[in-house]
Design a protein around this ligand. Structure first.
Ligand code: EPZ
Length: 442
């Protein structure tokens, strides 16, 4: 298993560029299932989860090609012939976001067989809200042998029925639940009103692609969406948004190392809560136009509390990274995790570096500043891994971070980007590593 070797103490400076958003790319790739035509996506990051989604679509009969160009890589997906509308467990267990094919498969084919994703390091990750809403739109969904067997009846039992519009109110805000049902609604018969929707920029990205494909959607980015179903969708070309979580991770890398870092190719408008919190913690943050943010630590960092919320609140995907910064801030920072039940896996590893953090239920209390010292630590999930890297960038000495395959799921060219702004980081492959343990993704 690959490791990172990081020697801390270098302030990061210069320009670091952000890739396309993994969590936009995953639903947008799934949206190609909704049409026989070719869908071309730009700014898709080359990360492990995208590779998994490519394998998943191909396993169903789709053609997925990556065309590398000078200016722009393009991913083209053609789902003209879907020979096998099955999302197999061997693939789903490595990336739970595979549940995003459920809605589009039922909408396009009238049938779907999708492995239940199961939980992951950060929580149980149920998809009961997806199922409940799809059933309200006319799908019959049974759970057998670890699979969801979904069918829309036509009376003839051949499964080629069509979903009908419904009034959906999500019991709690779910990002992929909103995306899954949006993809189901665009081909349903009649109108679907969706309330208590997720407002994440990734939902807006998906809605923009679907609209380019001929869907009729109002209210994307708000809590209420209204969809007028159409009988078919056509192909489209679409460029997905930059990854706001990668951007936020780099902002904290600049702040924690006391550097002067410009994060480019990002969208500052998607980073409101993160930028506000960094400023509260004493970090100098300046938006540079519409696609860059500059961060430089003006002076000492001061403690500031966070409470993770759905967008536009402080993102749960930035909680672990912020906690690393809080170890360097003067005072007591309270970190409350409201979205997932087990998202403090990074705490014990940061404590091994010398952090002073106490966890009680969904609250972590961080006392700082503490001098971090390099240690051998282990990644547990995608964002916890980023937190350990941030700690190692400021720790005295050389840290070894193991199981970086977690990072490879969602950060493109991560070590190269950090090297380019002055970090001392190196990837060490371990040729004798056992086959990488497959892990369920976030
Ligand atoms: C998406 O996961 C993201 N993944 C996650 O990013 C992100 O942390 C999460 O949204 C929250 O922002 C992708 O977009 C691929 P949810 P998702 O459904 O959609 C509960 C990363 O690091 N819930 O919004 O799976 C659920 O257990 C990953 O990139 C139900 O109870 O999250 C959680 O407590 C990690 N029943 C809460 O809702 C359901 O049917 C929010 O989950 C669905 C969700």
């Amino acid at each position: 298993m690959d490791k990172f070797v990081i020697r801390g103490g270098n302030p990061l400076s210069g320009v670091i560029r952000v890739s396309g958003a993994k969590n936009s790319a995953l639903p947008c790739m799934a949206a190609a299932l909704l049409t026989e035509d070719e869908v071309t996506l730009e700014n898709i990051p080359k990360v492990r989860d995208i590779e998994t989604e490519r394998r998943l679509l191909q396993s169903m009969g789709a053609e997925v090609a990556l065309r590398e160009g000078e200016a722009q890589d393009q991913t083209t997906i053609s789902c003209r012939r879907l020979s096998d509308p099955v999302a197999r467990y061997e693939i789903v267990k490595t990336m739970r976001a595979s549940s995003l094919v459920l809605g589009p498969l039922i909408a396009r084919m009238g049938v779907a067989r999708v492995a239940m994703p199961g939980g992951c390091a950060i929580g149980g990750r149920p998809i009961d809200l997806h199922i409940k809403a799809l059933e309200k739109m006319g799908a019959a969904i049974a759970q057998e042998h670890g699979y969801l067997e979904a069918r829309v009846g036509t009376g003839t039992g051949n499964g080629a029925g069509r979903l009908h519009g419904a009034h959906l109110v999500f019991d709690r805000i779910t990002v992929t639940g909103t995306e899954d049902l949006l993809m189901a609604a665009v081909l349903a018969e009649g109108e679907t009103l969706m309330e208590n929707c997720a407002r994440e920029p990734e939902v807006v990205d998906l809605a923009a692609l679907l609209t380019a494909m001929g869907a009729k959607i109002e209210g994307a980015g708000t809590a209420t969406m209204r969809v007028e179903g159409v009988t078919s969708l056509h192909g489209a070309r679409y460029r997905i948004n930059p990854d706001r979580i990668e951007a936020g991770t780099f902002l904290i890398a600049g702040a924690i190392t006391g550097g002067d870092l410009t994060v480019a190719d990002c969208n500052p408008a998607h980073l409101g809560a993160v930028i506000a919190k960094l400023r509260e913690a004493g970090v100098q943050v300046d938006a540079l136009g519409e696609d860059a943010v500059r961060v430089h630590a003006a002076g000492r960092l001061v403690a500031a509390d966070i409470s993770t919320e759905e967008y536009p609140g402080f993102p749960t995907d930035m909680q672990a990274q912020y906690m690393a910064l809080a170890t360097q801030a003067e005072g007591v920072s309270l970190v409350r995790e409201n979205i997932f039940e087990n998202r403090f896996m990074h705490v014990q590893e940061l404590v091994r570096m010398g952090a002073n953090i106490k966890v009680e239920g969904s609250m972590a209390t961080v006392r700082g500043p503490t001098r971090l010292s390099a240690a051998a630590v282990m990644c547990s999930d995608l964002r916890a891994s980023a937190s350990l890297v941030l700690g190692a960038l400021v720790a005295e000495g050389e840290s070894i971070i193991d199981r970086v395959y977690h990072m490879d799921r969602g950060y493109e060219h991560f070590e190269e980007k950090l090297l380019g702004v002055g970090a001392q980081i190196q990837r060490m492959g371990n040729v004798f590593a056992p086959r990488e343990a497959e892990t369920v993704a976030g």
